[in-house]
Every structure is written in structure tokens, then in C-alpha cells.
Design a protein around this ligand. Structure first.
Ligand code: XMP
Ligand code: MG
Length: 179
């Protein structure tokens, strides 16, 4: 495993190893398994960043589930644009269903607070959020996150689904922008 990686013009250093991430994902899944016992939620993967976290989580789950994908866009390079555009919507009806949103990272919270508002209009039975990462110092919008993998400093990270200008999503570990 490399300690330093370069993507386009930026250098990143190792922050969370593959083993640390996998152990934490398993621990979150254990809690979620208890909470969703006897239910059949829609696991809602927020593309693109959450595809790996979702794939790892659902393989630990031991309740029946369906998976749906939505896509929003608010990031350009390493900064949030503060505007969220929905690019891809869901196929299924969510009225009366339990929805577990799976997100890679909560930064300002703008993306998720909007996503939850929109979901609520369709009257799901419940909505919970699992986010692998949370940047508490960046949070500006009210988001009730039920399952958090790691609280991290307000620095840009890549890997394990997260990208820098679409690069680095394939890395099994998470890297932090080197100052
Ligand atoms: P908000 O501000 O809406 O942002 O909570 C959430 C979305 O922004 C992306 N994001 C990042 N992507 N490294 C990334 O690769 C980061 O450090 C980072 N911070 C935010 C991410 O797509 C998330 O869904
Ligand atoms: Mg994302």
C-alpha cells in the first residue's frame, strides 16, 4: 500500500487503511442488522461516491432488502458548489417503505438535507442515514445521521468511492489531501 498518491495535480497521504475501513463497515453493519431485523428496507445508494460503501455494507446485511440508486451533483474539484442538481432518480415507490440512505460523506450536509426533504414528500415509513464519513466542522445544514463510520477533519479526502475529479474511486484505502 502506498503512503502517498498523486491524482492529476494533487498529492494525497494515507488517512484510513483498507483494514480500518473494513472493520468499521462491519461494526456499522452489525448495528444496522439489529435495527432492521424483520424489516425489508430500500437501501438507497447516493451515487457516485457511495457505490463501494453500499456494496460492502449490503453484503454484511442479514435482512431482505432492495437497492436503489440516485445521483446528485454539488461538487467540482475539491469544493462544494453549494447547489445540488438531481441527475438520476429512483424507480420504485417509496410510500410506506423503510429507506436506508447510504452516503459516502457528509460535508456541509446540503446534499442530504435536500435528499431527505424530497424523500419525505413521498411518505416513506422511515428514513435513516448511514454515512461512512462526516466532517463535523463543515456541517451547515441539519442532517440526522444514524450511523457514522468516521468523523474526520475538514480536509478533502479520496478513495473507497470518493474521487478527485473522478479519479481515485477505486482505491481500497482513504487518502487526505496533503497541504
Ligand atoms: P455536502 O456539502 O452536500 O457534500 O454535504 C456532500 C457530497 O460532496 C462530496 N464530498 C466529497 N467528495 N472528497 C470527495 O471526494 C471529499 O472530501 C468530499 N466532501 C464532500 C461527496 O460526493 C458528498 O456526497
Ligand atoms: Mg457522494
Amino acid at each position: 500500500m502506498n503512503e502517498l498518491i498523486t491524482l492529476n495535480d494533487k498529492t494525497f497521504e494515507i488517512y484510513l487503511t483498507e483494514a480500518e475501513i473494513q472493520a468499521r463497515v462491519k461494526a456499522l453493519a452489525d448495528r444496522i442488522n439489529v435495527d432492521y431485523k424483520g424489516r425489508k428496507p430500500i437501501v438507497l445508494c447516493i451515487l457516485n461516491g457511495s457505490f463501494i460503501f453500499t456494496a460492502d455494507l449490503v453484503r454484511h446485511f442479514n435482512f431482505p432488502l432492495t437497492v436503489e440508486f440516485v445521483r446528485y451533483s454539488s461538487y467540482r474539484g475539491t469544493e462544494s458548489t453549494g447547489r445540488v442538481t438531481k441527475i438520476l432518480g429512483m424507480k420504485s415507490e417509496i410510500a410506506g417503505k423503510d429507506v436506508l440512505i447510504v452516503e459516502d460523506i457528509i460535508d456541509t450536509g446540503y446534499t442530504l438535507s435536500n435528499a431527505v426533504k424530497e424523500l419525505m414528500r413521498q411518505h416513506p415509513a422511515s428514513v435513516k442515514i448511514a454515512s461512512l464519513l462526516l466532517k463535523p466542522e463543515a456541517l451547515k445544514h441539519d442532517v440526522a445521521c444514524n450511523y457514522i463510520g468516521f468523523s474526520i477533519p475538514n480536509k478533502f479526502v479520496v478513495g473507497y468511492g470518493l474521487d478527485y475529479d473522478e479519479l481515485g474511486r477505486d482505491l481500497p484505502s482513504i487518502y487526505q489531501l496533503k497541504e
